[in-house]
Design a protein around this ligand. Structure first.
Ligand code: HEC
Ligand code: HEC
Length: 142
């Protein structure tokens, strides 16, 4: 009888313990959505992130919605963590490529602020940089 009660008590304590851990874990998780950053440092400041993103807009001549999909709950907002738009992943590869070019050919260590080349070097305000050269017409009389 005694051991039966003891077992029940132990089970009760364990249940409370598990519940407490469970609640604690969800509280920690509820502190905002986890950033979905695969290239930028996860501890980047809000200001630094905003500066980079605004730089993308200017470099490509686009708005944030060019790479970020609309929110599923509020169509007027963007879901910045979503990877739904393929442009976002292209941009990630472009970030890796740009860092690699700087590191390998300019020895700037991939630091965007000190980089020899950035998005605007190629894009110059366009989504698709020029790849064809149009030679100027020869001057008349030659
Ligand atoms: C050329 C594409 C592009 C444009 C334009 C762009 N972004 Fe981003 N954004 C990205 C990419 C790529 C990432 C993820 C970077 C990574 O994985 O490290 C990102 C990440 C973010 C994040 C972090 C999301 C998270 O998971 O926490 C925020 C916030 C954000 N962008 C806001 C903006 C805002 C605001 C603008 C407009 C001013 C903007 N972006 C314009 C490509 C873009
Ligand atoms: C060395 C030149 C170069 C640099 C630097 C560069 N890009 Fe690009 N990018 C290109 C070219 C070329 C294309 C077009 C590729 C194609 O048409 O297949 C392109 C295409 C893209 C596209 C897809 C086109 C679209 O419809 O939006 C995105 C997004 C993009 N670049 C973002 C960036 C971002 C963000 C950076 C800076 C981190 C960057 N690029 C840096 C050359 C470059």
């Amino acid at each position: 009888m005694y051991s039966f009660h003891k077992k029940k008590l132990l089970a009760g304590i364990s249940l409370i313990f598990i519940l407490t851990i469970g609640i604690a874990a969800t509280t920690v998780q509820d502190k905002g959505p986890k950033p979905n950053l695969k290239v930028l440092p996860k501890d980047i400041t809000h200001e630094e992130l905003e500066k980079i993103m605004k730089g993308f807009n200017v470099s490509l001549g686009v708005k944030c919605s060019h790479c970020h999909a609309p929110s599923k709950t509020d169509a007027k907002k963007l879901d910045f963590s979503s990877d739904e738009k393929p442009e976002k992943n292209v941009a990630r590869n472009m970030m890796r490529m740009t860092a690699k070019i700087n590191k390998k050919y300019f020895n700037h260590g991939g630091d965007q602020s000190a980089a020899a080349i950035t998005c605007i070097t190629c894009h110059n305000g366009k989504t698709h940089p020029e790849s064809k050269i149009t030679l100027p017409a020869p001057p008349p009389g030659r």
